[in-house]
Design a protein around this ligand. Structure first.
Ligand SMILES: [Zn+2]
Length: 291
């Protein structure tokens, strides 16, 4: 018996021809045929959230959105016992499962190959593929596809994950599994290689830093230094919210890597994208705005 079927595609936001706009495809996994009405509601909610979020709020004319209805044989997502889950293993079209690395339950993944092929088949000119997973367990991931569940705050997970999927933004947080959760010594110092993503760096020099044009002369550089590389830096921000500088502790390490702002959606859910992340998103979408 199959794991499900593609039911059809509906364009729900139309701001012009797909050849000239930035096209988002939103698919669902673990929704049975009778739950596709709920899926449509879930999609509408994430689109409303996206268009209310800076900088997308001022770039909405650049964006088209397509909803791809996909039915799964069973409801939900796999939840392996290895990560403390129930052991549920439903048959779903995109194979959604928590515990994607075998260690961390919140790492919710799908079969990227199937998701990308489906998006490509339904909307050949897509730029971002998202999969909403019909589960209330907290989780998400952002590789080639942005994946997130229906847990409270799922929209926030989506906004964080699409930063990875569509804009090559790095995680700005300074741990892997969590502060005090990672094995001692495993995330103290960032390797001495410069990350290729635009929103983290190993070089906080005012003149050389990747986001130099966004740093004001009065902002100390680096803006914070972690006094104890054995732990996450507990100090509060010395500057007002939103100030762009160089804050030590980023890209999964306590020291040796810097993030552009004290807080950012790429550091923690519930915060706005920082000035650097907003600038990257804006630069990517501006070519798709109508003249
Ligand atoms: Zn950021």
């Amino acid at each position: 018996m199959s794991n499900g079927a593609i039911v059809g595609t509906t364009q729900i936001v139309d701001h012009g021809p797909a050849s000239k706009r930035w096209n988002i495809v939103i698919m669902g996994d673990g929704y049975q045929a009778a739950q596709l009405g709920q899926f449509a509601t879930d999609v509408d909610r994430i689109v409303a959230t996206l268009f209310a979020t800076a900088p997308f709020d001022s770039l909405r004319q650049a964006i088209n959105v397509f909803r791809v209805d996909v039915s799964s044989a069973d409801s939900g997502a796999a939840d392996p016992v290895a990560c403390g889950g129930t052991g549920a293993n439903p048959r779903t079209f995109f194979g959604a499962r928590f515990c994607g690395d075998g260690q961390i339950q919140r790492l919710l993944v799908v079969e990227d190959r199937i998701a990308l092929a489906t998006a490509q088949q339904q909307v050949p000119q897509f730029h971002l593929a998202m999969v909403i997973v019909n589960s209330t367990i907290y989780g998400g991931s952002g590789g080639a596809v942005s994946v997130f569940s229906l847990a409270r705050g799922a929209e926030e997970i989506a906004l964080h994950e699409l930063g990875h999927s569509a804009f090559n933004l790095a995680d700005e947080y300074q741990y892997w599994a969590g502060c005090g959760v990672d094995a001692p010594g495993t995330h103290d110092r960032h390797p001495p290689e410069e990350p290729q993503q635009p929103n983290v760096t190993i070089d906080p020099d005012r003149g050389r830093i990747k986001w130099a044009s966004l740093v004001q002369a009065a902002t100390p550089m680096p803006t914070t230094v972690n006094p104890n590389c054995g732990t996450c830096d507990p100090q509060p921000s010395p500057v007002p919210p939103g100030v762009v500088g160089a804050f030590e502790g980023a890209h999964y390490h306590h020291c040796g890597a810097f993030r552009p702002a004290f807080n950012c959606r790429m550091r923690g859910l519930g915060f706005p994208y920082c000035g650097v992340c907003q600038a990257i998103i804006r630069a990517t979408l501006l070519p798709f705005m109508p003249n």
